[in-house]
Ligand binder design. Structure first.
Ligand code: MN
Length: 281
């Protein structure tokens, strides 16, 4: 390892309103510029009852051409979809849903015992040859997500491998790494990442030094190319989601909950929704 990944961009999450009036913190959203390829969107749900008012959720809506990944830390999300799945994504659980050619689903947040709802949704792109593939749903319970723990470093591994320990989500086109990383104060952590993969960290608790930049929660950091990252903590712990993936380097056309490669494919999607052929048996 000889090329440290330096920080290329620090992103301040912005408040956005989505679904039926859900307020959330958005760091990235689908854009034609596709600067975070293969990642498209990162949303952070953080509600505290009664301060944030009623939580209305995301009633039935379609997706095509992407994968949506929900990771809950507090509270839960109740999910229903056109494949017939009904599931409650609880604290520590992950749902990795590949919309492929089309899915309709409902995502309704539920408060935990503390009254809080806290979680993340990540959108990962699909390459052109998989955009119209069979939809696929994977629910992963907290108990089946391995925790790697060593010398003040704790990592829950959803996808990817740390010191030979692999997360349960495999066979994803973007070859993603997706992990929840916590460092105690006074730690220096070095981690290898494939050089050409896009690398992002979402710092949601504490403060750490990423390469040479001190970053405090809540921020997203994008890194330049390189074969490893370093994260140091001083007087505070830090906790962040770390995500890496292989870029597809294809043009994208995002339109609401759909991300395709051409405008014609978006028009086709809208026609199918209108004439009732969006969901295929
Ligand atoms: Mn959705």
């Amino acid at each position: 390892m000889n090329q440290l990944r330096t920080v290329s961009q620090i992103i301040e999450p912005q408040t956005a309103i989505e679904g039926a009036g859900v307020r959330l913190l958005r760091s990235i959203a689908p854009r034609v510029s596709n600067n975070f390829d293969p990642f498209l969107l990162f949303d952070h749900f953080a509600f505290n009852d009664p301060l944030e008012g009623p939580i209305r959720g995301f009633p039935m809506h379609p997706h095509r051409g992407i994968e949506t990944v929900t990771y809950m830390l507090e509270g839960a999300t109740h999910h229903r979809d056109s494949l017939g799945n009904t599931d409650l994504i609880g604290p520590g659980d992950v749902q990795w849903m590949s919309a492929g050619r089309g899915i309709l689903h409902e995502e309704m947040p539920r408060r935990g015992p503390s009254g809080n709802i806290y979680g993340f949704q990540l959108w990962v792109n699909l390459p052109s040859h998989l955009k119209m593939s069979e939809p696929r749903y994977r629910g992963v319970t907290a108990a089946t997500i391995p925790t790697y723990e060593k010398n003040g470093v704790r990592i829950r591994i959803v996808a990817g491998t740390v010191d030979g320990v692999s997360g349960p989500i495999r066979d994803i086109a973007a070859a993603p790494l997706y992990m929840d990383v916590e460092l105690d104060p006074g730690i220096e952590w070095l981690f290898p990442i494939p050089s050409e993969h896009t690398l992002i960290a979402y710092i949601f608790q504490g403060e750490g030094v990423f390469a040479n930049e001190t970053v405090s929660a809540i921020k997203m950091v994008k890194f330049n190319d390189g074969d490893h990252i370093t994260v140091k903590t001083e007087n505070h712990p830090v906790r962040f989601m770390l995500m890496a993936g292989a870029p597809f380097k294809e043009p994208i056309v995002p339109y609401g909950p759909f991300v395709m490669n051409t405008i014609e494919e978006i028009q086709q999607t809208l026609r199918e929704l209108r004439d009732g052929t969006f969901i295929k048996e």
